[in-house]
Design a binder for this molecule. Structure first.
Ligand SMILES: Nc1nc2c(c(=O)[nH]1)N[C@H]1C(S)=C(S)[C@@H](COP(=O)(O)O)O[C@H]1N2
Ligand SMILES: [Mo]
Length: 324
């Protein structure tokens, strides 16, 4: 387990009003005094060390220290499984990154269906097992950059979202794709009132058709755990992490730009595109650098999170400081 510095708490801190109120409630509830940093520290001291969880396949997850070298990107190592599965944003379950791994275990992920609908010739409600067999599952090792200023390298298992979209046959007037997270009390979701549910996100159709846009069902070759968005989630490595919506149940082709949760919460801070852009203070925060989980010091944040060769042409001619 990587030792975390007190600085982590700061980078994980969300200062949006609703969340702030939430945290205030938590602090009062726990009758802990002092700064938010001290509270986060104390809170982690109170938690028993998280066990290495068995995956839904019954196999024990790869050990944190045993992350094999071949999983890394050139010059970068994959983040240990323990960190990927114990440092999470999943606001339906908790606003604290360290407790999501515990609180999300109640999520009921089977049976599971994903509805592909809207402006398509072939709408279809997929059973999960059928959806997972649409195309070969590939190991896709991508950087993940959260707008809070931290990053990871995650070895996903998945295939391009386009595999699903092309089978649906989008109609001529379909210009955007809207996504929705499960929002069902019977599945024990959501548990917090940090945001308005369901969590929703969107992409322009050409972004969604890009091969990098991934539907992921696993990490390190194992089925996704609830905290990472089981059983199926979106992964958009060139965008800030919140675009990568978890536990998806609906994919809808639409004509107009669909709403997105963080934009609904703070319209001036969260734009629709949310491409990683070190030259723009997204969310009014300096985004020039990031801390890779498990490393000390900072790395320079790269335009499009380093995926510019692949995706820059999607935004040709667009002022990305205006369309943030
Ligand atoms: N439904 C849902 N999806 C979500 C979130 C969330 O709170 N709810 N958080 C987002 C944010 S801010 C990030 S950084 C990533 C975190 O994914 P991870 O915990 O698997 O690393 O999920 C994104 N997808
Ligand atoms: Mo994030």
């Amino acid at each position: 387990m990587v030792i975390k510095k007190a600085g982590d708490i700061k980078s994980s801190e969300i200062t949006d009003r609703k969340t702030y109120l939430n945290r205030r409630q938590f602090m009062r509830g726990a009758t802990l005094a002092g700064s938010v940093v001290a509270t986060g520290f104390l809170y982690r001291q109170l938690l028993a060390p998280e066990p290495v969880l068995p995956t839904p396949t019954g196999k024990v997850a790869p050990d944190a220290q045993a992350a094999p070298k071949q999983w890394g990107l050139p010059g970068e190592e994959a983040t240990p499984y323990q960190d990927i599965t114990h440092y999470n944003n999943f606001y339906e379950f908790a606003t604290d990154k360290y407790s999501v791994a515990r609180t999300s275990q109640s999520l009921v992920t089977r049976p599971w269906t994903v509805s592909v609908e809207g402006l398509v010739n072939n709408p279809k409600v997929y059973d999960l097992d059928e959806l997972l067999k649409l195309a070969p599952q590939e190991d896709r090792i991508y950087r993940h950059r959260c707008v809070e200023g931290w990053s990871m390298v995650i070895p996903w298992l998945g295939f391009s979202l386009s595999e699903v979209l092309k089978r649906a046959e989008p109609q001529g007037n379909a210009r955007f794709v809207a996504f929705e997270t499960v929002n069902d009390k019977k599945r024990n979701i959501p548990l917090t009132d940090a945001l308005d549910w369901p969590y929703v996100e969107g992409l322009r159709l050409d972004e969604a058709m890009h091969p990098l846009a991934t539907l992921a069902s696993g990490i390190y070759g194992e089925a996704l755990l609830p905290q990472n968005g089981a059983p199926i989630r979106l992964v958009l490595p060139w965008k800030y992490g919140y675009k990568s919506i978890k536990s998806v149940v609906r994919i809808k082709l639409v004509e107009r730009m669909p709403p997105m949760t963080w934009n609904l919460a703070e319209p001036t801070l969260y734009g629709f595109y949310s491409n990683v852009n070190p030259k723009f203070a997204h969310r009014l925060r300096d985004q020039t650098a990031e801390r890779r989980i498990g490393e000390y010091g900072k790395r320079e944040t790269q335009m499009f999170n380093g995926y510019g060769d692949e995706v820059a042409q999607l935004y040709a001619g667009m002022d990305l400081n205006y369309y943030f």
